[in-house]
Design a protein around this ligand. Structure first.
Ligand SMILES: O[C@H]1[C@H](O)[C@@H](O)[C@H](O)[C@@H](O)[C@H]1O
Length: 549
């Protein structure tokens, strides 16, 4: 009988398992096989019923808002005309209106973790809704460029906090077997929100003042989510940490409703969480599980210390930041923000409609990822899809090198369809970009958002928010550098650089990203305690699949 099974039989109040791995930095330790520290994930064959879907979709509305507010900018800019400050937008106005959102998202994301630990995950989502609505209305009713920038900045604060907290909320409520898929629902809603933004932008672009509707409509899902979330629970993990184990048990009982093994499953999850909290308390020299009056036993600086100085946590942070940086530095969002300009330079007759293919491909392939991520596994999906991205980028670079094309503002606007030596080149580029987007959406577009599962409970929220900050910092860099790179070092070299980033990323994923599919949230700590855990994770996965065959 495994230690876990023994504990199950002993009941919920049985002493918790004694941890074997206190993971203060053991780099270089000659410890026994780290896989010994990792039990197989709770083998509850339960992927969740209607309640978990309601939780996921309600929380995921934040993703829809994130996607909508990032996707809406291209059509807004081209339809504002002289409506703001009684003059046409200058290039500086356009850059500020576009980039302030990512900048403020970057500012908000690290604070989100601290607030989510103190006040709970759900309250932070509610606060983000208030910001989404405020930002949308501020944009819709402004008559000044400055007002627009303030509105977009408020939306940035909302996007930054929502993007840090929502994947964490979903990971913490999801049953192990369905966690990957449920977090991918979030990516589906992000990419879906971008498609909706492109369509709304296209529909309202001919109407005078239509841009006010385009940006103002972003308030509606925020109100909806606010109304729904008021009735939904906090995550069981946070509740246990805050000393409300009874409430956590109630939430888990609803999540596991319909599971044949419900009671045992709930006990197992609760015990896993308590064990984790107890281990953390021990590491801090405290001998007891924190009581109800002690809402969290680390203050922020202690958490930050743990995140950076405990080897396993530092490794988790490295992986999460590496994946988020890669998700953005591969250049994908240059298409999201500037595909209109690219397709204009390539002389497509309807650049906005062509851009819609980018957003739609992104959405459709995220749908495939949703169906397959828990089966294929996070690591494998990346190792398969990144090489396709590299090939597509290199092919784009080659085709660009055979073309006579300029991305100077005036030349892009007056693009000459016959200027290219090979008239199939624009179509070839569209094809390569579509392949790039499809493979991105299948892997890198969604896997990094699984970040919360890498961290143990006490540093989960801080770690997730720092990884999210990496995402927004890299997003900001790409947004800022794409057009200058296309102009100054040529499209060919721009795409070669993105391909190079992907190649380095592939090597990093291969070397340090363990397979997380099927692992219980409480088991990950043991995996990363003494190393990157890649081999162990693959061994565990093989064992698990052998059990199922
Ligand atoms: O996961 C999302 C998704 O892939 C979006 O399409 C992209 O615009 C975001 O930057 C990314 O974080």
């Amino acid at each position: 009988m495994s230690s876990r099974e023994e504990a199950d039989q002993a009941g919920p109040n049985a002493p918790l398992l004694t941890p074997t791995d206190h993971d203060h930095d053991h780099d270089g330790d000659l410890s026994p096989d780290p896989a010994d520290n990792v039990d197989l994930a709770p083998e509850l064959e339960y992927a969740g019923g209607w309640f978990i879907w309601i939780l996921t979709i309600s929380a995921g509305i934040s993703g829809l808002l994130f996607g909508y507010d990032t996707g809406v900018i291209s059509s807004t800019l081209v339809t504002i005309g002289s409506d703001l400050s009684n003059r046409p937008l200058t290039t500086l106005d356009e850059s500020l209106i576009t980039s302030c959102t990512s900048l403020f998202a970057l500012v908000a994301s690290p604070f989100t973790g601290v607030l989510a630990d103190k006040y709970g995950r759900r309250k932070v989502i509610l606060a983000a809704d208030a910001l989404f609505a405020l930002g949308a209305l501020a944009q819709a009713f402004t008559s000044q460029v400055g007002g627009m920038i303030i509105g977009r900045s408020i939306v940035g604060l909302a996007v930054g906090s929502a993007s840090a907290i929502t994947p964490l909320y979903i990971s913490e409520v999801a049953p192990t077997q369905a966690r990957g898929r449920l977090v991918t629902v979030l990516s589906l809603l992000i990419t879906g929100g971008q498609v909706v933004a492109y369509i709304v932008g296209w529909l309202f672009s001919e109407i005078p003042g239509g841009w006010r509707w385009i940006v103002g409509l972003g308030a509606a899902p925020a109100f909806l989510q606010f109304a729904i979330l008021i009735f939904l629970p906090e995550t069981p993990r946070w509740l246990v940490q805050a000393g409300s184990e009874d409430r956590a048990a109630k939430v888990l009982t609803r999540i596991y409703h319909g599971c044949p093994d419900r009671e045992q499953g709930v006990r197992r999850v609760l015990r896993g969480i308590r064990r984790e909290i107890e281990e953390e308390a021990e590491e801090m020299g405290q001998s007891e599980v924190p009581d109800a009056n002690m809402h969290w036993f680390h203050d922020t600086s202690q958490r930050a210390h743990d995140l950076f100085y405990v080897g396993g946590n530092r490794r988790a942070l490295t992986i999460a930041m590496m994946l988020q940086g890669l998700q953005q530095l591969c250049g994908f969002n240059s298409l999201m923000y500037f595909s209109g300009i690219i397709f204009t330079a390539l002389s497509f007759s309807s650049p906005t409609l062509t851009s819609l293919t980018v957003a739609t491909t992104n959405f459709v392939f995220t749908l495939f990822a949703f169906g397959l991520i828990d089966k294929i596994g996070r690591r494998r999906i990346l190792l398969y899809s990144i090489p396709v991205m590299i090939l597509a980028l290199v092919a784009c670079a080659v085709v660009f090198s055979s073309m006579d094309i300029s991305f100077e503002p005036e030349s892009a606007q007056n693009a000459n369809p016959n200027a290219n030596s090979n008239s199939n080149s624009p179509l070839l580029i569209l094809f390569c970009l579509t392949v790039f987007v499809a493979s991105y959406a299948f892997g890198l577009g969604n896997v990094p958002w699984q970040q919360a599962e890498l961290f143990p409970l006490n540093v989960r929220s801080l770690g997730s928010s720092l990884a999210t900050a990496t995402n927004w910092a890299s997003n900001f860099v790409v947004g800022l550098t794409f057009l200058p790179m296309m102009r100054w070092i040529s499209p060919t070299w721009t795409f070669v650089i993105y391909a190079g980033v992907c190649a380095v990323g592939w090597v990093a994923v291969h070397a340090i990203y363990p397979e997380m599919s099927g692992m219980g949230l409480e088991d990950v700590k043991g995996l990363l305690a003494h190393g990157w855990g890649v081999e162990e994770s693959l061994r565990l996965r093989r064992r698990r699949s052998m059990k199922h065959t």
